[in-house]
Design a protein around this ligand. Structure first.
Ligand SMILES: NC(=O)C[C@H](N)C(=O)O
Length: 314
């Protein structure tokens, strides 16, 4: 099984070495999975359980002091599942898979997604706070939860106010909000792509970004798959993952596809993002225009194909 994973695009990374070790471990978990779908879920589960990433445990905290998780998954036969805005759900990846496999829908949200998870024995009521998010939240002074207008004023300081002003990510990485995770995998026949996140730090309660939106945070066809990361409000405007896969469909290799998609994203939005891409042969590519994006891969034709170390810190 070929797998590529990322740990989010954003500012310079705190403690890149142990973080890379978790990414490598995640790809190792995915490589031994039975199917590409199992592979992306196994890979992302490892990252969701690590407080070093903004997914599952350690996810960003919304304006009402609640961590909510989102994920989306797609396979090359165009099966899709997504779940969003889930308090207390560590493995949003598993709920996205449940939506794909067990429901006639493509996205389930909020407490109803939590109920669905519970009905299929995905653990709920999990404490998603990490030491780091607890400390950071202690420094915040949000207005009362029932005062939504004041909350909006308060969070605009961070989100730049106007929609197109959202490109400014200055200072936001200190909030560890850029560490969304994702993976693409193939066995040479079918492909799967999955992205999982806690969203953005002190976003309005109930805010949902690109991650569970098909074509924005994730996309997959017979040509290959992609997983995006960065400012969700900007990624959705260009459907970044779809754009990367379109380039594969047009015959580009995965590295070219990733680079072209990020160039187009930057031209249109002026914002920062990253994307990982894998084609159906297991060739991988990645690109970002932020300061950093760590990836790990076990890919066809890459240096690590033989030894399986899978590491690539960028
Ligand atoms: N760090 C991220 O990638 C955040 C995610 N794209 C979101 O906007 O929810």
């Amino acid at each position: 099984m070929y797998v590529i994973a990322h740990g989010g695009a954003g500012g310079p990374v705190d403690e890149p070495v142990p973080r890379q070790a978790v990414l490598d471990e995640a790809v190792d978990a995915g490589r031994t999975a039975a199917t590409p779908l199992d592979a992306v879920v196994e890979t992302v589960r490892v990252l969701e359980s690590s407080p070093r990433f903004n997914a599952g445990v350690g996810g960003s905290v919304q304006s009402d002091g609640v961590v909510r998780t989102d994920a989306g998954v797609m396979t090359s036969d165009r099966s899709v599942g997504a779940a969003s805005s889930m308090p207390g759900v560590e493995h949003a990846s598993e709920v996205a898979r449940l939506v794909m496999e067990e429901t006639p829908h493509v996205c389930v949200a909020g407490v109803h997604a939590v109920d669905l998870a519970d009905a299929y024995d995905v653990p709920v009521g999990v404490d998603l706070w990490s030491e780091r998010t607890r400390e950071q939240w202690a420094d915040e002074d949000p207005p009362a939860n029932d005062d939504v207008r004041s909350q909006l004023e308060w969070l605009r300081e961070d989100f730049g106010g106007a929609p197109e002003g959202d490109s400014s990510n200055e200072g936001r990485d200190a909030h560890h909000e850029s560490d969304t995770v994702g993976a693409v995998a193939t066995d040479g026949e079918t492909v799967a792509a999955l992205t999982s996140t806690g969203g953005r730090w002190r976003a309005l309660a109930g805010r949902v970004g690109d991650v569970p939106q098909v074509g924005s945070g994730f996309f997959c066809t017979h040509a290959g798959g992609a997983s995006s990361t960065g400012s969700g409000e900007d990624i959705v405007r260009v459907t970044l993952a779809r754009r990367a896969v379109d380039h594969l469909e047009l015959g580009r290799d995965p590295q070219e596809a990733a680079e072209l998609a990020i160039e187009e994203f930057e031209d249109i939005t002026g914002s920062d993002a990253g994307v990982v891409v894998m084609d159906a042969e297991g060739r991988a590519g990645s690109a970002f225009n932020s300061d950093a994006m760590q990836t790990a891969r076990y890919a066809h034709g890459s240096d690590d194909e033989d030894d399986g170390s899978g590491a690539s810190e960028e």
